[in-house]
Design a protein around this ligand. Structure first.
Ligand code: F1P
Length: 581
């Protein structure tokens, strides 16, 4: 699948310096709008007529629901980053559309907004139950399921349920593979695969009873890391649908409607270009600082307000399963905490520190931190009026703490993304190491908040990706130290092992993976177990895939492989010692 394919642009990202990494991330993100390489000749991309037509049709249905008086709803749903983007979208639209019509469901519930909960992604029954629960009182529901890889069982279950109940649901799927590359692996406890379900949807599209929005984006910068381009284009598509719906789509003809959608999409493309043209120094400085922090066992903290606050939290959440990062390496905080976050289950801060997301939580955390730490604190503001800029003034609790940590080794950076060139209203507190202003000159009143928000996502994604690459968590452009925490990641791991040991078959690669997961030299006793069992055992374990790669390349046993890895601090160094170029 294209979402799991390695991208040629980032082949050697692991040996690049900050400037090189920034350049590659930029080229990869540009591909969201204009993919390079062979796929553009075979598959539809974002600006393909069919994609734009589907977006415009879905916007029409959304507009109907948004203006109707009957109890109708729009449910946006997904797993991991896709579910978090669903939440972000529902959250911001409920603020402007009366009637709380927007809902979200995410595999694993609200816990999954803050920490990775990948096992529930494989649970299609939980998907159905969550959907039924959130739409029990509704007459008509626009269901938008997001799964970048066209793969998540949680979404497959919901989609199938919608198609069984077409009198109530209009199903829409957003993903980034052609249908024939949808996942064909069996889904636990079911006789259908994702492929089966999405081909059923494809048949409905000709009758306009369902919609499929699946442009190809080109491979992710870090192979399979759909939190990056996948998450960004999901935001672009959802925001285009709903902005267009809010713009009064119902009064326009099909042609005009499609043209308007195209223009909205072009605004994002334009913003992406402007952002990358004006942010080189900002992002490379931040990447360097974040790298220093992670190298010295310190942390990277993001602080923002509103949607950018949510996006900072979303970015940090994915670092753990993607890079084997610790819970403390990268964390996000939002001005106003849960009061502002506005998730369905409310304040779940009592579940542990990773669910504590307010500025007061950060402030408490910094108070307890010894001054030896070399943290990077990144404050991203969406304008000079952004409340986060008040929050960091020294007379406030957080500001006072930041001043203290800045006096030691920690670095506090402020980025203001501004749409008005040259407008500077606030003086920064003295402790701020550097203020960056990214000016995005936009003529898009209505979209400007969304466009700035997505720029903050690109900043967070680039900083966390760059820093993890620079501390050696990536080998070539593969996330070799991923957590093997669900079916998709189990299969991705087999692919990664084969990538570095091309001589081993898929079956052999799986054998090495199982040896690593179960710590055995002979897999006879574990082979018959289900993938679900393997995943359960693998989830809490460290260095599962690197261990399997070492075994596969050197033909050693699991103990020897672990011994070799323990000699190295850096995964990349360990693997380059055994993998021949
Ligand atoms: C959902 C997801 C990703 C995450 C990881 C596990 O993927 O949670 O967001 O990064 O790859 O899967 P998808 O269903 O959107 O393809």
């Amino acid at each position: 699948p294209y979402t799991e394919a390695a991208n040629k642009i980032t082949d050697d990202i692991d040996v690049c310096d900050v400037a090189g990494i920034f350049e590659k991330l930029k080229q990869c993100d540009f591909e969201m709008f204009e993919p390079k390489g062979q796929q553009q000749y075979f598959f539809q991309t974002l600006f393909h007529d069919d994609v734009i037509e589907a977006i415009s049709k879905v916007a029409n249905i959304a507009a109907d629901i948004m203006t109707s008086q009957t109890p109708n709803a729009i449910v946006i749903s997904g797993c991991g980053t896709s579910g978090r983007v669903a939440f972000l979208t529902a959250r911001s639209l409920n603020k402007i559309v009366p009637g709380e019509k927007f809902r979200y469901t995410i595999a694993g519930g609200d816990k999954a907004l803050f920490t990775s909960q990948e096992a529930p992604e494989d649970n299609r029954k939980a998907g159905v139950n969550d959907l039924i629960k959130s739409t029990i009182d509704d007459v008509k529901v626009l269901y938008i399921g997001i799964t970048c890889g066209l793969s998540a069982p949680y979404v497959a279950g919901q989609l199938d349920y919608c198609m069984d109940n077409l009198d109530k649901f209009v199903p829409v799927i957003i993903g980034f593979n052609p249908v024939y590359l949808a996942r064909k692996n069996p889904i636990y406890d079911w006789d259908k695969t994702f492929y089966d379900v999405v081909t059923r949807l494809e048949r409905l599209t000709s009758q306009r009873k369902g919609f499929l929005i699946n442009p190809v984006l080109g491979g992710e910068a870090i192979t399979g890391s759909s939190r990056m381009k996948g998450g960004s284009i999901t935001m672009v598509i959802l925001q285009t649908i709903f902005t267009h719906a809010l713009n009064g789509v119902l009064t326009s003809s099909d042609m005009t409607s499609q043209l308007e959608c195209k223009n909205l999409l072009k605004s994002y493309q334009n913003t992406c270009r402007l952002f990358y043209e004006s942010s080189t120094t900002t992002v490379t400085t931040l990447m360097t600082s974040a790298t220093q922090s992670l190298k010295s066992n310190s942390s990277v903290y993001y602080v923002s307000s509103g949607g950018s606050g949510v996006l900072g939290i979303v970015d940090s959440t994915e670092c753990i399963p993607t890079y084997g990062a610790s819970l403390d390496d990268v964390r996000g905080f939002i001005v106003g905490g849960y009061g502002e976050f506005n998730n369905a289950e409310g304040d779940i801060g009592s579940l542990g520190k990773n669910y504590q997301i307010g500025c007061d939580d950060l402030s408490k955390l910094l108070k307890l931190r010894d001054l030896e730490h070399n943290d990077t604190i990144l404050v991203v503001a969406k304008s000079w009026d952004d409340p986060v800029l008040n929050e960091i003034q020294v007379e406030k609790d957080l500001g006072t703490q930041l001043k203290l940590v800045a006096a030691s080794q920690s670095n506090v950076y402020v980025v203001v993304i501004d749409t008005e060139q040259g407008k500077r209203e606030k003086n920064m507190p003295d402790y701020v190491a550097k203020l960056f202003v990214i000016s995005i000159d936009l003529n898009e009143e209505l979209l400007s908040e969304n466009l700035i928000e997505i720029c903050s996502k690109w900043i967070f994604n680039a900083v966390s990706t760059g820093a993890h690459v620079l501390i050696g968590k990536v080998f070539r452009n593969y996330m070799v130290d991923l957590k093997v925490s669900n079916q998709k990641l189990f299969h991705r791991s087999i692919g990664i092992i084969q990538r570095f040991c091309p001589s081993v078959s898929e079956q052999e690669a799986m054998t090495y993976l199982l040896k690593s997961i179960h710590d055995v030299t002979n897999v006879d006793d574990v082979m018959h177990r289900s993938i679900k069992d393997h995943v359960l055992r693998a989830t809490p374990k460290d260095k599962v895939v690197p261990t399997a790669i070492v075994m596969a390349t050197t033909k050693c046993d699991v103990t020897q492989a672990r011994q070799l890895l323990s000699k190295y601090h850096v995964i990349r160094d360990a693997l380059s010692s055994v993998v021949t170029p």
